[in-house]
Design a protein around this ligand. Structure first.
Ligand SMILES: Nc1ncnc2c1ncn2[C@@H]1O[C@H](COP(=O)(O)OP(=O)(O)OP(=O)(O)O)[C@@H](O)[C@H]1O
Length: 414
């Protein structure tokens, strides 16, 4: 059926990080060198680096850079015989310092119970653990501004976490816990100044990421094309069209989003593939751009959903990707129940499920109506609004769920 376009669809996934970063490589190298020398040095206070983007610009590689740096650091540390443990946490929606510390404990694979322990005890345990293992941790806190803007952590708790070296001096005076704070834009610096000035004044490194220019986007999508598409299925003009469309410059503006450029290339490739064509042509790119399907997912709203709303939305997109059309609420509830177990969660009861459906409907994330009389009698039927593409939503939700609760558990619970 298909097979002339893609060699590896996986490289177009939102969470895929190439083995080398061709753009942002200089920022990556600076960060890697800095952390590496600190790992070697040992002593010193807690190191806090801030990585931030530009107002209103998304998909510009903040998360990618942070994860890439920690990946390379892991390898380099291993070569040097240093026990290095990177921890990545998206703190969007985190409810307390205790919860964040629990995540750190589990990422570090520490075998200690955290429930019932005071926050300070958990932090001490982390510090002791690193001391005993002679290990260094780099804690990446993504979407850090969301914490600063909420009142979930008190100022004291921020200090406790980010100046852990001062609060809990390690036994051998070697600081083993460092932080990288990732944020949407520079306002993180003023929020920090306001709430935690002593941390702000000690920031070791500030890295500002700008939206990508069209040349940078060309490099990024060419790398994906090489890794994921047959060599003769695309040409440079196709890549240029996409990169020029999204590329940012001071005169024309532009979104500068690598995410959208990559998705557009993928969509054009999917359209060509679906036509059983051997090449991606200009019209495929035009269609991918004009369906504009890449831009209609209200990320902010989706990220603010509760876990079970996310699971329900994920069930709906799974079913729509598989079969399209309108779905009955019964089949959505079944799918939701399976999915919840797969993620190790107890599905909510029927009444609550309906509440969630109502909320999602009110927020414009789904459409629902009562079906006319059919074989099954009257029932609520559901679909996604036409401008939200199920496949893309599915990917977005998978990545949000991965950040929130990790991937589905290997064995299907039910
Ligand atoms: N320098 C790069 N090289 C290769 N791929 C990149 C690069 N920067 C971003 N990408 C890709 O673009 C997509 C979006 O990147 P990422 O999630 O890092 O952006 P972000 O700025 O963190 O987004 P958001 O603002 O939504 O949090 C990902 O698929 C990522 O792999």
């Amino acid at each position: 059926m298909s097979g002339k376009i893609f060699t590896n669809r996986g490289v177009f996934d939102e969470t895929y990080i190439p083995s080398t970063l061709l753009v942002r490589d200089s920022e990556a190298n600076v960060l890697i060198t800095r952390y590496l020398s600190r790992l070697g040095e040992g002593s010193g206070s807690t190191d806090v680096t801030v990585l931030y983007g530009s107002i209103g610009k998304v998909g510009i590689g903040k998360t990618t850079l942070a994860k890439y740096v920690s990946r390379v650091l892991s390898k380099k540390a291993e070569d040097k015989g240093i026990n290095f443990k990177p921890v990545y946490i998206n703190v969007y929606g985190a409810s307390s310092l205790h919860q964040i510390l629990s995540r750190i404990v589990s990422e570090l694979e520490m075998n200690i119970p955290v429930r019932g322990n005071a926050t300070i005890e958990v932090l001490k345990a982390i510090s002791d653990f690193l001391y005993i293992k002679d290990a260094y941790a780099l804690i990446i806190l993504d979407e850090f501004q969301s914490l600063l803007m909420s009142s979930k952590l008190s100022d004291d708790e921020f200090y406790l976490l980010l100046r852990v070296y001062e609060e809990i001096p390690p036994k051998d005076n070697i600081n083993r816990l460092n932080f990288m704070l990732v944020s949407q834009d520079f306002r993180i610096l003023s929020y920090m100044k306001e709430r935690i000035p002593q941390v702000e004044s000690q920031i070791g490194f500030r890295v500002h990421l700008r939206p990508y220019s069209s040349d940078e986007l060309k490099t990024i999508i060419e790398q994906r094309a090489i890794e994921g598409l047959y060599e003769n299925s695309y040409n440079q003009d196709i890549l240029n069209m996409i990169a020029d469309y999204y590329g940012y410059n001071d005169i024309k503006g532009g979104e500068g989003s690598a995410r959208k450029a990559i998705l557009t290339l993928r969509m054009a490739a999917e359209i060509a593939d679906a036509e059983n064509s051997g090449r991606i042509e200009e019209r495929h790119v035009r269609e991918a751009l004009s369906t504009n399907a890449v831009s209609n997912i209200p990320l902010d709203i989706i990220r603010a959903l509760s876990l079970h709303e996310l699971l329900i939305l994920q069930s709906i997109s799974n079913l729509l990707v598989a079969k399209g059309g309108w779905l009955t609420s019964g089949e959505v509830e079944d799918e939701y129940s399976h999915l919840s177990y797969a993620y190790g969660e107890e599905p909510r009861k029927h009444t609550q499920f309906y509440e969630y459906i109502k909320n999602l409907n009110n927020m414009g994330l789904i459409e629902s109506k009562i079906s006319g009389k059919g074989i099954r009698g009257k029932t609520t039927i559901i679909r996604l609004p036409l401008d939200i593409p199920a496949e893309r939503l599915k990917e977005v939700l998978e990545s949000i769920l991965l950040d929130r609760i990790g991937g589905p558990k290997p064995e299907q619970g039910n």
